[in-house]
Design a protein around this ligand. Sequence first.
Ligand code: GDP
Ligand code: MG
Length: 451
Amino acid sequence: MNPLSLAVVGHTNTGKTSLLRTLLRDEGFGEVKNQAATTRHVEAATIHDGSTPLITLYDTPGLEDAGGVLDWLETQSAPRLDGIERIEAFLASVAAKQTFEQEAKVLRQLLQSDAALYVIDAREPILPKYKDELTVLSWCAKPIMPVFNFLSQGDTQAWQTMLARRSLHVSSGFDTVAFDFDSEMRLWANLATMLPERTIPELLMNVRQRDWQVLDGEARRLIAHFLLDAAAYQQEISNDDPPEPTLLHMRDAVRQLERQMQQQLLQQYRFYQETVAQTDWALKPFSQDPFDPELWKEYGIRTTSGAAAGALIGLGIDAAALGTSLGLGTAIGGILGGVLPNIHSISNTLTGRQVLHIDPAAITFLAARSMDLLAALQSRGHAAQHRIGIGNANTRPSHLPWTSNKLPPELQKARSQTKWSSLNTGNEEASRNARREAANRLAQDLILQET
Ligand SMILES: Nc1nc2c(ncn2[C@@H]2O[C@H](COP(=O)(O)OP(=O)(O)O)[C@@H](O)[C@H]2O)c(=O)[nH]1
Ligand SMILES: [Mg+2]
Protein backbone atom coordinates (compact mmCIF):
# COMPACT_ATOMS: atom_id res chain seq x y z
CA MET A 1 0.00 0.00 0.00
CA ASN A 2 1.46 3.31 -1.05
CA PRO A 3 0.97 6.17 1.36
CA LEU A 4 -1.48 8.81 0.31
CA SER A 5 0.26 11.99 -0.73
CA LEU A 6 -1.25 15.31 0.22
CA ALA A 7 0.04 18.71 -0.78
CA VAL A 8 -0.70 21.40 1.78
CA VAL A 9 -1.08 24.57 -0.23
CA GLY A 10 -2.33 28.10 0.19
CA HIS A 11 -1.22 31.64 0.66
CA THR A 12 1.67 32.55 2.94
CA ASN A 13 0.90 32.79 6.63
CA THR A 14 -2.38 30.94 6.50
CA GLY A 15 -0.97 28.35 8.88
CA LYS A 16 0.09 25.56 6.54
CA THR A 17 3.14 24.60 8.53
CA SER A 18 1.17 24.81 11.78
CA LEU A 19 -1.46 22.50 10.33
CA LEU A 20 1.19 20.00 9.35
CA ARG A 21 2.68 20.07 12.83
CA THR A 22 -0.63 19.23 14.37
CA LEU A 23 -1.57 16.57 11.86
CA LEU A 24 1.87 15.02 12.21
CA ARG A 25 1.87 15.37 16.02
CA ASP A 26 5.29 16.84 15.59
CA GLU A 27 5.83 20.25 17.09
CA GLY A 28 9.32 20.35 15.63
CA PHE A 29 8.31 20.11 12.00
CA GLY A 30 9.35 22.96 9.73
CA GLU A 31 9.48 26.56 10.78
CA VAL A 32 6.51 28.61 11.88
CA LYS A 33 6.79 32.36 11.74
CA ASN A 34 4.43 35.21 11.45
CA GLN A 35 6.07 36.55 8.34
CA ALA A 36 5.99 35.97 4.64
CA ALA A 37 7.69 33.09 2.92
CA THR A 38 9.09 31.16 5.85
CA THR A 39 8.77 27.89 3.96
CA ARG A 40 10.81 28.16 0.79
CA HIS A 41 10.96 24.56 -0.30
CA VAL A 42 8.63 21.66 -0.36
CA GLU A 43 9.15 19.63 2.81
CA ALA A 44 7.69 16.20 3.32
CA ALA A 45 6.79 14.19 6.40
CA THR A 46 4.89 10.96 6.79
CA ILE A 47 2.29 9.81 9.26
CA HIS A 48 2.80 6.18 10.22
CA ASP A 49 0.83 3.51 11.96
CA GLY A 50 3.64 1.63 13.59
CA SER A 51 5.96 1.03 10.67
CA THR A 52 3.28 1.38 8.00
CA PRO A 53 3.37 4.73 6.23
CA LEU A 54 -0.15 6.09 5.80
CA ILE A 55 -0.02 9.64 4.57
CA THR A 56 2.80 11.81 3.33
CA LEU A 57 2.16 15.50 3.77
CA TYR A 58 4.00 18.04 1.65
CA ASP A 59 4.46 21.50 3.09
CA THR A 60 4.77 23.98 0.26
CA PRO A 61 5.85 27.61 -0.04
CA GLY A 62 3.05 30.13 -0.13
CA LEU A 63 1.56 30.94 -3.51
CA GLU A 64 2.79 34.51 -3.60
CA ASP A 65 1.88 35.47 -7.12
CA ALA A 66 -0.87 33.25 -8.42
CA GLY A 67 -2.15 36.23 -10.45
CA GLY A 68 1.13 36.36 -12.32
CA VAL A 69 0.99 32.66 -13.05
CA LEU A 70 -2.56 32.95 -14.27
CA ASP A 71 -1.58 35.80 -16.58
CA TRP A 72 1.18 33.62 -17.98
CA LEU A 73 -1.17 30.67 -18.46
CA GLU A 74 -3.76 32.79 -20.19
CA THR A 75 -1.36 34.50 -22.55
CA GLN A 76 1.25 31.82 -23.12
CA SER A 77 -0.64 28.55 -23.15
CA ALA A 78 -3.28 27.40 -25.61
CA PRO A 79 -6.85 27.64 -24.27
CA ARG A 80 -7.72 24.38 -25.98
CA LEU A 81 -5.36 22.40 -23.82
CA ASP A 82 -6.75 21.02 -20.63
CA GLY A 83 -5.68 22.36 -17.26
CA ILE A 84 -2.95 19.85 -16.62
CA GLU A 85 -1.43 20.37 -20.05
CA ARG A 86 -1.40 24.10 -19.55
CA ILE A 87 0.19 23.74 -16.11
CA GLU A 88 2.79 21.41 -17.60
CA ALA A 89 3.56 23.93 -20.31
CA PHE A 90 4.03 26.49 -17.61
CA LEU A 91 6.33 24.23 -15.58
CA ALA A 92 8.50 23.68 -18.63
CA SER A 93 8.83 27.41 -19.28
CA VAL A 94 11.62 29.77 -18.38
CA ALA A 95 9.23 31.80 -16.26
CA ALA A 96 8.71 28.78 -14.01
CA LYS A 97 12.44 28.65 -13.37
CA GLN A 98 12.83 32.34 -12.74
CA THR A 99 10.01 34.72 -11.87
CA PHE A 100 7.64 32.07 -10.62
CA GLU A 101 10.06 29.66 -9.03
CA GLN A 102 8.08 29.45 -5.74
CA GLU A 103 4.75 29.00 -7.46
CA ALA A 104 6.19 26.33 -9.76
CA LYS A 105 7.32 24.31 -6.74
CA VAL A 106 3.78 24.27 -5.42
CA LEU A 107 2.19 23.27 -8.73
CA ARG A 108 4.77 20.60 -9.42
CA GLN A 109 4.09 19.10 -6.03
CA LEU A 110 0.34 19.18 -6.50
CA LEU A 111 0.58 17.40 -9.85
CA GLN A 112 2.43 14.61 -8.07
CA SER A 113 0.03 14.39 -5.14
CA ASP A 114 -3.27 12.62 -4.64
CA ALA A 115 -5.03 15.68 -3.29
CA ALA A 116 -4.51 19.11 -1.81
CA LEU A 117 -5.42 20.66 1.50
CA TYR A 118 -5.99 24.30 0.65
CA VAL A 119 -5.44 26.30 3.83
CA ILE A 120 -7.44 29.50 4.20
CA ASP A 121 -7.04 32.21 6.80
CA ALA A 122 -10.72 32.63 7.69
CA ARG A 123 -10.10 36.20 8.88
CA GLU A 124 -9.15 37.32 5.40
CA PRO A 125 -11.59 38.90 2.97
CA ILE A 126 -11.83 37.23 -0.40
CA LEU A 127 -9.25 39.03 -2.43
CA PRO A 128 -8.79 38.55 -6.18
CA LYS A 129 -5.44 36.90 -5.51
CA TYR A 130 -7.17 34.09 -3.65
CA LYS A 131 -9.54 33.49 -6.54
CA ASP A 132 -6.58 33.38 -8.91
CA GLU A 133 -4.89 30.93 -6.60
CA LEU A 134 -7.87 28.60 -6.70
CA THR A 135 -8.16 28.86 -10.47
CA VAL A 136 -4.55 27.90 -10.98
CA LEU A 137 -4.75 25.08 -8.43
CA SER A 138 -7.95 23.71 -9.94
CA TRP A 139 -6.20 23.32 -13.29
CA CYS A 140 -4.06 20.63 -11.69
CA ALA A 141 -7.29 18.59 -11.59
CA LYS A 142 -6.72 17.14 -8.15
CA PRO A 143 -9.28 16.96 -5.35
CA ILE A 144 -8.93 20.10 -3.28
CA MET A 145 -10.16 20.36 0.24
CA PRO A 146 -10.37 23.87 1.65
CA VAL A 147 -9.32 23.95 5.32
CA PHE A 148 -10.27 27.05 7.26
CA ASN A 149 -7.74 28.15 9.81
CA PHE A 150 -8.17 30.93 12.41
CA LEU A 151 -11.75 29.77 12.53
CA SER A 152 -12.57 31.37 15.85
CA GLN A 153 -11.78 34.81 14.50
CA GLY A 154 -13.35 34.62 11.09
CA ASP A 155 -16.59 34.12 9.27
CA THR A 156 -16.50 31.57 6.52
CA GLN A 157 -19.86 32.29 4.88
CA ALA A 158 -18.60 34.42 2.01
CA TRP A 159 -15.72 32.05 1.47
CA GLN A 160 -18.02 29.05 1.32
CA THR A 161 -20.16 30.75 -1.30
CA MET A 162 -17.15 31.57 -3.41
CA LEU A 163 -15.77 28.05 -3.05
CA ALA A 164 -19.10 26.47 -4.00
CA ARG A 165 -19.09 28.51 -7.21
CA ARG A 166 -15.84 26.74 -7.96
CA SER A 167 -17.36 23.35 -7.26
CA LEU A 168 -15.65 23.10 -3.90
CA HIS A 169 -18.60 22.06 -1.78
CA VAL A 170 -16.82 20.28 1.01
CA SER A 171 -14.57 22.14 3.40
CA SER A 172 -13.16 21.62 6.87
CA GLY A 173 -12.32 23.86 9.77
CA PHE A 174 -9.23 23.58 11.84
CA ASP A 175 -7.77 25.95 14.39
CA THR A 176 -4.27 24.71 14.92
CA VAL A 177 -3.92 26.62 18.16
CA ALA A 178 -7.25 25.61 19.67
CA PHE A 179 -6.97 22.00 18.77
CA ASP A 180 -10.21 20.12 18.55
CA PHE A 181 -10.16 16.39 18.08
CA ASP A 182 -13.53 16.21 16.34
CA SER A 183 -12.48 18.82 13.79
CA GLU A 184 -9.51 16.71 12.90
CA MET A 185 -11.68 13.63 12.49
CA ARG A 186 -14.05 15.59 10.26
CA LEU A 187 -11.13 16.75 8.18
CA TRP A 188 -10.07 13.17 7.45
CA ALA A 189 -13.64 12.06 6.91
CA ASN A 190 -14.24 14.92 4.47
CA LEU A 191 -11.08 14.08 2.64
CA ALA A 192 -12.16 10.46 2.32
CA THR A 193 -15.29 11.55 0.47
CA MET A 194 -13.16 13.19 -2.21
CA LEU A 195 -10.87 10.28 -2.91
CA PRO A 196 -11.46 7.25 -5.09
CA GLU A 197 -10.05 5.06 -2.34
CA ARG A 198 -11.00 5.69 1.29
CA THR A 199 -9.00 3.01 3.03
CA ILE A 200 -6.13 5.17 4.15
CA PRO A 201 -8.01 8.08 5.68
CA GLU A 202 -10.23 5.59 7.44
CA LEU A 203 -7.23 3.71 8.78
CA LEU A 204 -5.74 6.94 9.97
CA MET A 205 -8.95 7.89 11.73
CA ASN A 206 -8.85 4.61 13.59
CA VAL A 207 -5.27 5.16 14.59
CA ARG A 208 -5.99 8.66 15.84
CA GLN A 209 -9.06 7.54 17.71
CA ARG A 210 -7.11 4.79 19.39
CA ASP A 211 -4.29 7.15 20.40
CA TRP A 212 -6.79 9.68 21.70
CA GLN A 213 -8.49 7.08 23.86
CA VAL A 214 -5.21 5.85 25.24
CA LEU A 215 -4.32 9.40 26.18
CA ASP A 216 -7.71 9.96 27.75
CA GLY A 217 -7.30 6.82 29.84
CA GLU A 218 -3.86 7.90 30.98
CA ALA A 219 -5.17 11.31 31.93
CA ARG A 220 -7.99 9.85 33.99
CA ARG A 221 -5.64 7.53 35.78
CA LEU A 222 -3.36 10.43 36.55
CA ILE A 223 -6.27 12.31 38.08
CA ALA A 224 -7.43 9.20 39.95
CA HIS A 225 -3.98 8.74 41.47
CA PHE A 226 -3.94 12.32 42.55
CA LEU A 227 -7.34 12.04 44.21
CA LEU A 228 -6.39 8.83 45.99
CA ASP A 229 -3.19 10.45 47.11
CA ALA A 230 -5.13 13.34 48.61
CA ALA A 231 -7.88 11.18 50.08
CA ALA A 232 -5.46 8.80 51.80
CA TYR A 233 -3.47 11.64 53.23
CA GLN A 234 -3.72 11.86 56.99
CA GLN A 235 -2.04 13.57 59.86
CA GLU A 236 -2.37 12.78 63.50
CA ILE A 237 -2.22 15.38 66.16
CA SER A 238 -2.65 15.39 69.88
CA ASN A 239 -5.63 17.15 71.36
CA ASP A 240 -3.23 19.31 73.22
CA ASP A 241 -1.36 20.45 70.15
CA PRO A 242 -2.40 23.55 68.34
CA PRO A 243 -3.82 22.17 65.09
CA GLU A 244 -3.18 25.20 62.97
CA PRO A 245 0.33 24.37 61.71
CA THR A 246 -0.76 20.86 60.73
CA LEU A 247 -3.87 22.07 58.96
CA LEU A 248 -1.97 24.64 56.99
CA HIS A 249 0.70 22.13 56.18
CA MET A 250 -1.85 19.60 54.89
CA ARG A 251 -3.52 22.11 52.67
CA ASP A 252 -0.20 23.20 51.24
CA ALA A 253 0.79 19.64 50.53
CA VAL A 254 -2.44 19.02 48.61
CA ARG A 255 -2.15 22.28 46.69
CA GLN A 256 1.30 21.23 45.61
CA LEU A 257 0.13 17.79 44.62
CA GLU A 258 -2.60 19.32 42.49
CA ARG A 259 -0.15 21.59 40.74
CA GLN A 260 2.06 18.62 39.92
CA MET A 261 -0.87 16.70 38.53
CA GLN A 262 -1.93 19.69 36.42
CA GLN A 263 1.56 20.04 35.00
CA GLN A 264 1.60 16.36 34.10
CA LEU A 265 -1.75 16.67 32.36
CA LEU A 266 -0.48 19.61 30.36
CA GLN A 267 2.57 17.60 29.48
CA GLN A 268 0.42 14.75 28.21
CA TYR A 269 -1.54 17.02 25.93
CA ARG A 270 1.34 19.15 24.78
CA PHE A 271 0.95 18.10 21.16
CA TYR A 272 -2.60 19.28 21.08
CA GLN A 273 -2.18 22.41 23.12
CA GLU A 274 1.30 23.27 22.08
CA THR A 275 1.32 26.97 22.89
CA VAL A 276 -0.79 26.56 25.96
CA ALA A 277 1.40 23.88 27.44
CA GLN A 278 4.35 26.23 27.54
CA THR A 279 2.70 29.01 29.44
CA ASP A 280 1.96 29.39 33.12
CA TRP A 281 -1.06 31.60 32.65
CA ALA A 282 -2.81 28.74 30.93
CA LEU A 283 -3.29 27.17 34.32
CA LYS A 284 -4.43 30.36 35.97
CA PRO A 285 -8.13 29.57 35.97
CA PHE A 286 -7.19 26.27 37.60
CA SER A 287 -4.91 27.65 40.25
CA GLN A 288 -7.32 29.41 42.56
CA ASP A 289 -7.04 28.10 46.09
CA PRO A 290 -8.75 24.70 46.13
CA PHE A 291 -9.71 25.27 49.76
CA ASP A 292 -11.68 28.40 49.11
CA PRO A 293 -15.31 27.66 50.06
CA GLU A 294 -16.47 30.48 47.77
CA LEU A 295 -15.00 28.55 44.88
CA TRP A 296 -16.71 25.40 46.05
CA LYS A 297 -20.01 27.21 45.89
CA GLU A 298 -19.46 27.89 42.20
CA TYR A 299 -19.24 24.16 41.76
CA GLY A 300 -22.38 23.66 43.80
CA ILE A 301 -20.57 21.98 46.65
CA ARG A 302 -22.42 22.40 49.90
CA THR A 303 -20.27 22.72 52.94
CA THR A 304 -22.91 22.42 55.60
CA SER A 305 -23.13 18.64 55.73
CA GLY A 306 -21.37 16.35 58.14
CA ALA A 307 -21.65 17.49 61.72
CA ALA A 308 -18.54 15.62 62.77
CA ALA A 309 -16.46 17.51 60.34
CA GLY A 310 -18.25 20.67 61.35
CA ALA A 311 -15.38 22.21 63.16
CA LEU A 312 -13.15 21.85 60.22
CA ILE A 313 -15.54 22.77 57.49
CA GLY A 314 -14.21 25.53 55.41
CA LEU A 315 -10.72 24.37 56.09
CA GLY A 316 -11.07 21.40 53.84
CA ILE A 317 -9.96 19.13 56.61
CA ASP A 318 -12.00 16.39 58.17
CA ALA A 319 -11.38 15.01 61.62
CA ALA A 320 -11.84 11.27 61.28
CA ALA A 321 -12.00 10.43 64.91
CA LEU A 322 -15.02 12.21 66.24
CA GLY A 323 -12.95 13.37 69.10
CA THR A 324 -12.76 16.98 68.20
CA SER A 325 -11.88 18.43 71.52
CA LEU A 326 -12.86 21.76 72.78
CA GLY A 327 -9.30 22.88 72.60
CA LEU A 328 -8.98 21.86 69.02
CA GLY A 329 -12.27 23.46 68.17
CA THR A 330 -11.36 26.70 69.79
CA ALA A 331 -8.08 26.86 68.01
CA ILE A 332 -9.76 26.19 64.70
CA GLY A 333 -12.34 28.75 65.57
CA GLY A 334 -9.54 31.23 65.63
CA ILE A 335 -8.45 30.24 62.15
CA LEU A 336 -11.97 30.39 60.87
CA GLY A 337 -12.38 33.85 62.19
CA GLY A 338 -15.31 32.90 64.37
CA VAL A 339 -17.30 30.93 61.84
CA LEU A 340 -17.42 27.91 64.02
CA PRO A 341 -20.42 25.63 63.89
CA ASN A 342 -21.55 23.64 66.82
CA ILE A 343 -18.25 22.78 68.35
CA HIS A 344 -19.44 22.34 71.91
CA SER A 345 -21.79 19.53 71.05
CA ILE A 346 -19.14 17.31 69.63
CA SER A 347 -17.97 14.79 72.16
CA ASN A 348 -14.44 13.97 72.94
CA THR A 349 -13.53 10.34 72.40
CA LEU A 350 -10.83 10.65 75.00
CA THR A 351 -8.25 9.13 72.76
CA GLY A 352 -6.36 12.26 73.11
CA ARG A 353 -5.47 12.19 69.45
CA GLN A 354 -7.03 13.40 66.25
CA VAL A 355 -6.65 11.99 62.78
CA LEU A 356 -7.10 14.64 60.18
CA HIS A 357 -8.12 13.95 56.59
CA ILE A 358 -8.85 16.09 53.61
CA ASP A 359 -12.54 16.87 53.62
CA PRO A 360 -14.75 14.97 51.10
CA ALA A 361 -16.03 18.29 49.81
CA ALA A 362 -12.47 19.34 49.05
CA ILE A 363 -11.79 16.02 47.33
CA THR A 364 -14.96 16.46 45.30
CA PHE A 365 -13.93 19.92 44.30
CA LEU A 366 -10.49 18.71 43.27
CA ALA A 367 -12.06 15.96 41.18
CA ALA A 368 -14.41 18.35 39.43
CA ARG A 369 -11.69 20.85 38.70
CA SER A 370 -9.31 18.18 37.40
CA MET A 371 -11.98 16.99 35.00
CA ASP A 372 -12.57 20.55 33.87
CA LEU A 373 -8.90 20.90 33.10
CA LEU A 374 -8.95 17.66 31.17
CA ALA A 375 -11.99 18.82 29.19
CA ALA A 376 -10.22 22.06 28.39
CA LEU A 377 -7.16 20.19 27.22
CA GLN A 378 -9.17 17.85 25.07
CA SER A 379 -10.87 20.57 23.13
CA ARG A 380 -12.02 24.16 22.84
CA GLY A 381 -10.31 27.11 24.48
CA HIS A 382 -10.16 29.61 21.72
CA ALA A 383 -6.62 30.22 20.64
CA ALA A 384 -3.78 31.01 22.93
CA GLN A 385 -3.39 34.39 21.29
CA HIS A 386 -6.54 35.65 22.97
CA ARG A 387 -5.10 34.84 26.37
CA ILE A 388 -8.29 33.08 27.21
CA GLY A 389 -6.41 29.88 27.04
CA ILE A 390 -7.62 26.61 28.29
CA GLY A 391 -10.16 27.00 30.99
CA ASN A 392 -11.83 29.71 29.03
CA ALA A 393 -12.91 32.39 31.48
CA ASN A 394 -16.45 31.90 30.25
CA THR A 395 -16.43 28.22 30.98
CA ARG A 396 -18.75 27.36 33.79
CA PRO A 397 -17.66 24.63 36.13
CA SER A 398 -18.92 21.21 35.22
CA HIS A 399 -21.28 19.15 37.19
CA LEU A 400 -19.79 17.27 40.05
CA PRO A 401 -18.62 13.74 39.34
CA TRP A 402 -20.53 12.60 42.43
CA THR A 403 -22.50 14.09 45.29
CA SER A 404 -19.98 15.89 47.40
CA ASN A 405 -20.60 13.95 50.60
CA LYS A 406 -20.71 10.61 48.87
CA LEU A 407 -17.25 9.78 47.64
CA PRO A 408 -16.89 6.75 45.36
CA PRO A 409 -15.81 3.54 47.16
CA GLU A 410 -12.17 3.78 46.09
CA LEU A 411 -11.81 7.19 47.65
CA GLN A 412 -13.61 6.13 50.78
CA LYS A 413 -11.33 3.17 51.08
CA ALA A 414 -8.32 5.39 50.57
CA ARG A 415 -9.02 7.06 53.90
CA SER A 416 -8.03 3.93 55.75
CA GLN A 417 -5.09 3.14 53.50
CA THR A 418 -2.32 5.31 54.82
CA LYS A 419 0.16 3.75 52.44
CA TRP A 420 -1.80 4.95 49.44
CA SER A 421 -0.63 8.46 49.91
CA SER A 422 2.81 9.57 48.90
CA LEU A 423 2.23 12.38 51.35
CA ASN A 424 2.20 9.84 54.16
CA THR A 425 4.96 7.59 52.92
CA GLY A 426 7.09 10.23 51.30
CA ASN A 427 7.63 7.67 48.61
CA GLU A 428 5.74 8.07 45.41
CA GLU A 429 6.53 4.68 43.92
CA ALA A 430 5.56 2.57 46.91
CA SER A 431 2.15 4.13 47.05
CA ARG A 432 1.67 4.01 43.30
CA ASN A 433 1.85 0.24 43.24
CA ALA A 434 -0.47 -0.21 46.16
CA ARG A 435 -3.21 1.95 44.78
CA ARG A 436 -2.97 1.13 41.08
CA GLU A 437 -6.05 -1.05 40.94
CA ALA A 438 -8.10 1.46 42.86
CA ALA A 439 -6.93 4.16 40.47
CA ASN A 440 -7.97 2.13 37.45
CA ARG A 441 -11.45 1.68 38.86
CA LEU A 442 -11.75 5.28 39.96
CA ALA A 443 -10.61 6.45 36.53
CA GLN A 444 -13.70 4.78 35.08
CA ASP A 445 -15.93 6.70 37.46
CA LEU A 446 -14.53 10.00 36.32
CA ILE A 447 -16.95 10.89 33.60
CA LEU A 448 -16.53 14.04 31.62
CA GLN A 449 -19.65 16.05 32.18
CA GLU A 450 -20.96 18.61 29.79
CA THR A 451 -22.32 21.84 31.15
N1 GDP B 1 -4.27 32.10 16.41
C1 GDP B 1 -3.82 31.21 15.55
N2 GDP B 1 -2.59 31.41 15.00
C2 GDP B 1 -2.14 30.53 14.09
C3 GDP B 1 -2.90 29.42 13.70
N3 GDP B 1 -2.20 28.74 12.75
C4 GDP B 1 -1.05 29.42 12.57
N4 GDP B 1 -0.99 30.49 13.37
C5 GDP B 1 0.10 31.50 13.41
O1 GDP B 1 0.16 32.10 12.11
C6 GDP B 1 1.50 32.32 11.72
C7 GDP B 1 1.81 31.64 10.40
O2 GDP B 1 1.74 30.25 10.57
P1 GDP B 1 2.56 29.25 9.61
O3 GDP B 1 2.17 27.88 10.00
O4 GDP B 1 4.03 29.56 9.58
O5 GDP B 1 1.92 29.62 8.20
P2 GDP B 1 2.41 29.20 6.74
O6 GDP B 1 3.19 30.36 6.23
O7 GDP B 1 1.15 29.01 5.97
O8 GDP B 1 3.20 27.94 6.86
C8 GDP B 1 2.35 31.82 12.88
O9 GDP B 1 2.69 32.94 13.68
C9 GDP B 1 1.44 30.86 13.61
O10 GDP B 1 1.79 30.78 14.98
C10 GDP B 1 -4.20 29.24 14.30
O11 GDP B 1 -4.93 28.30 14.04
N5 GDP B 1 -4.60 30.17 15.21
MG1 MG C 1 5.07 27.55 6.24
